[in-house]
Design a protein around this ligand. Structure first.
Ligand code: F6P
Ligand code: MG
Length: 465
């Protein structure tokens, strides 16, 4: 498939692609270096303490050495990026898609677009996280290390208020269950509440924290009804009614009940909202009997969910000490949270909730999410995944990067219908994209709306608002 428009790249200085290469990636690389540096410092202290007591641990020494190599590689990358040098080959690190990334790179070299300021933004950004992966994967002691984990956990901790609030809402729903389940109107209202909660959960994105203040984030996470009403005007493309009509058509027939797939985006609060939405779909509607969650197999775009993050989230939500109490959290809300997370644990045990890595051939399917390609290549590049998704009742793609990959991150005019922007993926399976705008590509809205926003809301394509 050839899109009729070129991909976004940083050559246009007014694009978010340009701002990303100039400002955001250097910060992300610097943070990674600082983090590894601090850990090396701690290891050095540990090794000195050991030496003082007359012993040594060769493992610590070798971990320090490897950590220094990782820092050297990351510094080298930062230097090359700032000088618009070529993207280097991904080394043979034993991780998947070495050849695929490198052959795409060869193609870019042939047209002179293989440097940091000329490569298509989507390719370059996926490449960046694949390259980070190679730094760690090539070592012995850091092979499974997630340089973004600490930040993900810290941010998750600070969402405690919103988490308790949602848990109480879900508890109330549970007690009203019988009244709701047979009343399609009530269910439809609740469904929309859930969609919006899950949508705005995507506003929390650590890779954007470089310009979002903590109070902005807290504000975004306030999930009361009033706030949702007020945010309606911020929704540029709203297909909630069409989705609900589709879901109702999935009415269980003769023992077959539909599956919902979540192509996950960020860990922490966003994942929590995904789990709540999934819980709603299986617990409170008659339309779905199982949910499969699709994580990334290695650390990706700073905040994305890995399988470790997924299980850790359930564990932290169950921990009596992880979250600090606030003015808004009460013993009742803590109980509501416990009740809900216990249900999720049961669903996981029973296979009602599953990670895609736990389905047959799961890793092979999951690797596609950390590839560099638009999703219109899914049928070709990841046929078993594509076939698996064609059996789904609804595939929910979370977040901005998924939207960029769905639309190929090319310069579509805003009026192009979403289905057109999907290219050959359109019609493969029913899909819903829940995205807050954090990149230039936007489709499916009227020219008039875009013109007004260009005039009044300068950063509307990327502000996440
Ligand atoms: O940095 C590029 C980018 O794709 C932005 O578009 C977005 O800010 C972020 O990375 C990913 O956002 P999300 O977590 O919503 O996919
Ligand atoms: Mg993300």
């Amino acid at each position: 498939f050839e899109a009729p428009y070129p991909p976004y790249d940083p050559q246009d200085k007014s694009s978010f692609a340009y701002e990303t290469v100039v400002k955001r990636w250097p910060v992300i690389i610097t943070n990674l270096i600082d983090h590894v540096h601090r850990l090396i410092h701690d290891l050095t202290m540990e090794s000195r303490t050991l030496a003082n007591s007359g012993s040594t641990d060769p493992a610590i020494q070798s971990k320090i050495e490897e950590g220094k190599e990782i820092i050297a590689k990351a510094s080298h990358l930062k230097y090359r990026m700032a000088r618009d040098q070529e993207l280097e080959k991904i080394p043979e690190d034993g991780e998947f898609y070495v050849h695929e990334y490198n052959s795409e790179l060869d193609k870019l070299a042939q047209v002179g677009k293989n440097t940091w300021f000329t490569a298509p933004w989507l390719y370059a950004e996926c490449y960046l996280y694949r390259l980070f992966r190679s730094y760690f994967k090539q070592s012995t002691w850091w092979a499974d290390f997630d340089p973004f984990y600490a930040k993900k956990e810290e941010t998750f901790r600070s969402s405690v208020t919103a988490i308790h609030q949602i848990a109480t809402t879900m508890h109330e729903l549970e007690t009203e269950k019988d009244k709701v389940v047979d009343d399609p109107d009530k269910l439809s209202v609740l469904f929309k509440e859930m969609v919006q909660m899950c949508l705005w959960g995507n506003a929390t994105d650590l890779s954007l924290l470089t310009h979002l203040t903590p109070s902005d984030i807290e504000h975004l996470q306030t999930v009361g009804r009033e706030a949702q009403q007020a945010r309606k005007e911020f929704i540029l493309k709203d297909d909630q009614d069409a989705v609900w009509e589709h879901i109702k058509s999935l009415k269980p027939q003769a023992g077959t009940v539909a599956r919902c797939d979540f192509v996950l985006d960020n860990a922490g609060f966003e994942l929590f909202t995904d789990l709540v939405f999934a819980d709603f779909l299986v617990t409170h509607t008659p339309y779905f009997s199982e949910v499969v969650f699709h994580p990334k197999l290695f650390p990706w775009f700073v905040s994305d969910v890995t399988p470790t993050d997924f299980y850790k989230t359930i564990e932290l939500l169950s921990s009596p000490t992880f979250f600090n109490a606030t003015m808004e959290t009460t013993p009742e809300s803590a109980h509501h949270l416990k009740e809900m997370v216990e249900r999720w644990r049961r669903y996981l045990e029973q296979g009602i909730f599953r990670l895609s890595t736990a389905v047959e051939d799961g890793h092979k399917k999951a690797q596609f999410w950390t590839g560099p390609w638009p999703y219109w290549y899914m049928e070709d590049k990841a046929n078993s995944l594509w076939r698996f998704l064609t059996e789904s009742g609804l595939v929910i793609f979370k977040g901005d990067l998924n939207y960029r990959k769905l639309t190929g991150d090319v310069k579509w005019p805003v009026t192009v219908p979403f289905a057109t922007a999907l290219g050959p993926l359109a019609g493969s399976f029913p899909l819903l994209s829940l995205r807050t705008n954090k990149a230039d590509v936007v489709v499916g809205i009227s020219q008039d709306v875009a013109d007004k926003l260009d005039e009044k809301e300068k950063g509307w394509r990327v502000s996440g608002k």
